[in-house]
Design a protein around this ligand. Structure first.
Ligand SMILES: [Zn+2]
Ligand SMILES: [Zn+2]
Length: 175
């Protein structure tokens, strides 16, 4: 293990009731920014209550589950629910916060960016961490005039982001 200071500071987040807390580190060689993307599929919408869900992608070894805030008790792990045969969603069983989505076949989490702490989302790295330059999923569910701004953005990086009609396994990209 290298003891060199990682180039990017670690970030923290958790659920509303703060019983589930996590830290994401960015060791040398990890992807940064962590593939920020959005999804507008029905399951993301219903599970989160948001019209657009913003994710960042982290490899499982990048995540450390922390003790609840103001507590020395061992870290709590999120509860899991299988929302399809391919995927599981992580949430807090106490307060209901949606935390992450995981494809069973991958050792990575799509972490809901809205669960990052305020000091991260209002901090100096917020834009690079969350601007969805990675991909936009389920563009076919876009709501005209409400959630189509990402597809219509003139921002050069967002223009380059991959706009999937559904998810990437289905394979069709928006023209
Ligand atoms: Zn909670
Ligand atoms: Zn989705």
């Amino acid at each position: 293990m290298s003891t060199a200071t990682p180039k990017h500071p670690s970030i923290t987040g958790g659920c509303v009731c703060e019983s589930i807390r996590y830290q994401i580190s960015f060791p040398e060689g990890s992807v940064y920014p962590p593939n920020p993307c959005t999804c507008q599929c029905t399951t993301c919408r219903k599970h989160s209550g948001a019209l657009i869900v913003h994710f960042i992608t982290v490899q499982l070894p990048q995540i450390t589950w922390l003790s609840p805030t103001n507590s020395d008790s061992p870290p709590n792990r999120p509860s899991e629910i299988h929302t399809s045969s391919k995927a599981v969603r992580y949430f807090c069983a106490k307060c209901g916060t949606s935390l992450a989505f995981k494809l069973l076949e991958l050792d990575e989490l799509e972490l809901m960016a809205g669960t990052l702490d305020e000091d991260v989302l209002n901090g100096p790295h917020a834009t690079e961490l969350t601007r969805p330059i990675g991909a936009q999923f389920f563009c076919k569910r876009v709501i005209e005039g409400t959630t189509d701004f990402i597809m219509k953005s003139e921002d050069a990086d967002l223009k380059k982001s991959i706009k999937w009609v559904e998810d990437s396994s289905e394979g069709k990209k928006l023209d």
